[in-house]
Design a protein around this ligand. Structure first.
Ligand code: PEP
Ligand code: MG
Length: 603
């Protein structure tokens, strides 16, 4: 039997320089002190508190403890679990109500002047370690139950918190990182990110690239190898991670990357349209994350907002924001975009993001109640969002984009909800606008019925991240299959062709979104396939613009014809690579060559 290494063996790496292999997901080199982040549902770490805050923190813990107990009772009684499941929840309650657990947590808060989350972690970690040391497998596995109880407490502590403070330049280490955690930590403070899992197209890493934070993922047992305060070096070019790096390693990695990383072409403000050499206009639109990057994107030539992922508001408000809060947010976004329009996507959440941990969860969230399916199953929140969008569209150019559409019925249902909410607002004397209705085309089901869908839609956004995921059946967030996530797979190219051809024929505006649209190497292929609008993060704009301005549409059609003839992904990749290098190597820098090979198309 394969023996797994114990925590102490893993930690014995401590002190010595240890090299680990990971996958790069955001470029750059970072070296700094680690801050570990824990929790899946709710992410937290050690925050010092003042002596005069101890009492309030203990009270906060007690309230959370009561809420967790209520939650466990609710789960144990209201859901249809078998008697053995009920026994598990009884056991969880017994762990939670063991008075020594609470005593220890409260005294950890008081003694160490730390936040309740960290005290829960310290104490439950101690219990977990004890269970894990038990030789009998049956008893040893109880540690999972303690983990579960700890998670319940952490979730219940999710209310008001101390503002997060981490030292500038910290490198955060987590199993998996949430976009809201990155947003909360703020770009200025984060030196780098290293996680156990995630993928190039995970929202967290999309955000990391947007904020220029070097990041790597795929480090196994990371949180058992590092702890807060350790020094770590991560190389976001080739994915190497060094724990406790020697000074010589730091300087040699920094020096080698300085020469490999040719600077991006200078950011030049742009006023007019962006055209290919033979005069075909390709509009660059911005993905909207934060206002500051949008202003920058606009200066660099972006016109309008190609994608606003409204679930960012869900993260920011730690739940569904109210109607008034949404109206305010959407108005602001639409004002930024002006006449060039804002494409606001309705919540693209999965069930596990909106329910308590112990309640029902989808086994395969990407294939479960996600996106529009979830919105239609829980219409209360969806209708609030639609009302907010209708009100925010007054005298503003807004497109409402529905995520994960799989059939025309969903579009029709959304259209009738829009009409109903519109009428009821009007009846109450409230002004409403007339947003256009669009859909994310990201499922093969939508690709194959695109003509029917286009009959009912005013515009479309092609979500290449999910289109690759669902066409190839490759989880975009799972590093074990990252080498199979190949954006130039012949089936993906055919899907793009079908959709872009149909949209052009019908005259329906189509924006290509997702990471493909912002990766310079894919641009000639997308343009050749007919893309005329691309939505991307601010960091991609200058490079993409330079490529568009340096290629001829006629040449891209030749490239398109060649790649469409290929029967394997190896062929399409190498055909594209040699076509691009032969004609346009002057338009691409070394970093883009790396980006082309990996990790989007891992070799
Ligand atoms: C996509 O799927 O390509 C997309 C743009 O949406 P998201 O990455 O938010 O799923
Ligand atoms: Mg998507």
């Amino acid at each position: 039997m394969k023996r797994t290494r114990s925590d102490s063996e893993l930690r014995s790496e401590k002190g010595l320089e240890t090299r680990l292999n990971a996958r790069p997901v955001s470029r750059g080199v970072a070296v700094g002190k680690v801050v570990t982040i824990h929790g899946d549902n709710k992410q937290f770490y050690r925050t010092p508190i003042r002596l005069d805050q101890v009492e309030r923190e203990v009270a906060r813990y007690r309230t959370a403890h009561k809420a967790a107990a209520r939650q466990l009772t609710k789960v144990g009684t209201t859901l249809e679990y078998s008697s053995s499941s009920a026994a598990i929840f009884d056991m969880h309650r017994a762990i939670l109500e063991d008075s020594t657990l609470s005593e220890k947590i409260e005294s950890a808060i008081a003694r160490n002047h730390i936040n309740a989350e960290w005290a829960v972690k310290l104490v439950t970690d101690e219990y977990i370690a004890k269970y894990r040391a038990i030789p009998d497998e049956h008893f040893r596995d109880r540690y999972i139950d303690v983990e579960d109880v700890a998670d319940q407490l952490q979730t219940a502590l999710g209310g008001k918190r101390h503002p997060i403070r981490i030292p500038r330049g910290s490198i955060i280490a987590a199993k998996e990182l949430r976009p809201s955690t990155i947003a909360e930590l703020g770009s200025g403070h984060l030196g780098g990110i290293v996680t156990e899992s995630g993928g190039w197209t995970s929202h967290s890493f999309i955000l990391a690239r947007e904020l220029d934070i070097p990041a790597v993922t795929g480090v196994r047992k990371l949180l058992r190898r590092v702890k807060t305060g350790d020094t770590i070096l991560l190389d976001g070019y080739d994915g190497t991670v060094f724990l406790n790096p020697e000074d010589t390693t730091i300087s040699s990695i920094k020096a080698s990357r300085r020469s490999a990383h040719r600077p991006a072409p200078k950011d030049v403000p742009v006023n007019g349209s962006i055209n290919t050499l033979d005069g075909r206009e390709v509009k660059i639109r911005a993905n909207f994350d934060i206002a500051a990057s949008f202003h920058q994107a606009k200066k660099l030539g972006a016109r309008g907002i190609g994608l606003f992922r409204s679930e960012y508001l869900f993260n920011r408000f730690k739940g569904f924001p109210g109607e008034a809060e949404q109206i305010k947010a959407y108005r602001e976004i639409a004002d930024y975009a002006g006449a060039d329009r804002a494409r606001i996507r309705t919540f693209d959440l999965s069930l596990s993001q909106i329910v308590e941990r112990s309640a029902r969860r989808d086994k395969n969230p990407a294939l479960g109640l996600r996106g529009i399916r979830l919105s239609l199953a829980h219409q209360k929140h969806f209708r609030t969002q639609i009302r907010a969008l209708l009100q925010a569209s007054v005298e503003r150019e807004v497109d409402v984009i529905i995520p994960m559409v799989s059939c025309v019925d969903e579009v029709r249902t959304v259209r009738s909800i829009l009409n109903e909410e519109c009428e009821s607002l009007r009846n109450r004397g409230i002004a409403v606008g007339a947003p256009r209705l669009g859909a994310m085309i990201e499922l093969p089901a939508a690709v194959f019925t695109i003509e029917v869908l286009l009959e009912e839609l005013d515009c479309i956004c092609i979500g290449t991240n999910d289109l690759v995921q669902y066409t190839l059946g490759v989880d975009r967030d799972n590093e074990t299959v990252a080498n199979l996530f190949r954006s130039l797979h012949p089936s993906v190219l055919k899907a793009l062709k079908i959709v872009l051809d149909a949209a052009a024929k019908k005259g329906v505006p189509a924006v290509v979104c997702g990471e493909m649209a912002g990766s310079a190497f894919y641009i000639p292929i997308l343009v050749g396939l007919g893309a005329t609008e691309l939505s991307m993060n601010v960091n991609s704009i200058t490079r993409v613009r330079r490529v568009i301005a340096g290629i001829a549409y006629e040449e891209t059609r030749q490239l398109r014809n060649r790649v469409l003839e290929c029967s394997t992904v190896e062929e399409t990749e190498s055909t594209a690579r040699s076509f691009i290098t032969d004609r346009w190597s002057h338009l691409f820098d070394g970093e883009q060559l790396v980006a082309f090979k990996s990790p989007v198309i891992a070799s």
